[in-house]
Design a protein around this ligand. Structure first.
Ligand code: 48F
Length: 257
């Protein structure tokens, strides 16, 4: 078969344009494609919500790929096993209550699960600001990550959504933007970001799930960002809390909790 190079280009540009137009209005915009974001996107899309996920890097998966110190295994505890099973991720019992899984398989399965459930993933796009109307987050301001990296002076575009979930990990980027633009308005002790506490897996894991929730009207926080916002401990390469937090954010938005 004869192949036209320019037809390949036309196919990519026109299909991507359609996909990007779809992103302009959604029920839920997830910021960050780490484990918490992918799981939240999956459960929301499975419940027929229109979900878009923006990831600033080339690949989704966030901090999961590297396991602990680049040993590409993750640890998951009892409470999160149902989520591993839901995504068909194989695991091995290390000792009672401690299970290991391949971080590569885990990222691949979470990503495929979210996409097959209907979530649209947009990689290489950074969220750089929020839209706020009548004291509620109503959308996001996005730009190509390459524009940000190259420090180019290029104006961004805006997308509208009913809910935003900040799943940007340790930096809690969306929550930080809200504080920077509006002052200490978050539902935290100080109204600002409380900041992450030192490593303590047991406490950090529980806190990630407990801290998952709406921190400003229209803005939810999940995963490590929840602890950065609410002052929880970090926990390193145990990932059950991230999975449970993503599911909890979805359930809260769906009114199931
Ligand atoms: O950091 P990340 O994996 O967050 P998470 O889902 O999981 C945390 C764990 O990986 C680990 C841990 C577990 O014990 O502590 O750190 O809470 O994924 C966050 C994703 O958000 C992207 C970033 O590239 C990463 O893939 N991200 C960050 N800022 C932006 C963003 C932004 N402004 N716009 C879009 N994506």
């Amino acid at each position: 078969m004869h192949l036209e190079d320019v037809t390949i280009s036309k196919a990519i540009i026109s299909r991507y344009q359609e996909e990007l137009l779809e992103a302009l209005e959604s029920d839920v915009a997830v910021v960050g494609g780490g484990p918490a974001g992918l799981v939240a996107a999956y459960y929301l899309a499975r419940a027929n919500k229109k979900v878009v996920l923006f990831e600033r890097k080339l690949s989704v998966g966030g901090g999961m790929w590297g396991g602990g110190m680049m040993f590409n295994q993750i640890v998951v505890q009892d409470e999160a096993l149902p989520i591993l099973k839901e995504f068909g991720i194989s695991y091995t019992t290390f000792q009672e209550g401690y299970y290991t899984a391949s971080s590569v398989e885990a990222v691949a399965a979470l990503t495929l699960g979210a996409v097959r459930a209907g979530a649209k993933i947009y990689n290489l796009i950074s969220v750089e600001d929020v839209m706020v109307r009548d004291n509620r987050v109503t959308g996001l301001v996005i730009n190509w990550t390459s524009v940000d990296v190259a420090r180019l002076h290029v104006d961004p575009l805006s997308v509208q959504c009913t809910y935003v979930i900040d799943c940007t990990g340790h930096d809690a980027r969306v929550a930080s933007m809200v504080v920077k633009k509006l002052g200490p308005v978050l539902k935290t002790k100080s109204g600002s970001l409380e900041g992450e506490k030192p490593m303590w897996a047991e406490r950090g894991e529980m806190a990630t799930v407990a801290n998952t929730g709406e921190i400003y009207p229209g803005l939810f926080v999940a995963g490590m960002a929840a602890n950065a916002v609410c002052g929880g401990h970090r926990m390193g390469p145990i990932f059950g809390g991230m999975l449970l937090s993503g599911r909890r954010a979805a359930r809260l938005i769906l009114g199931e909790e």
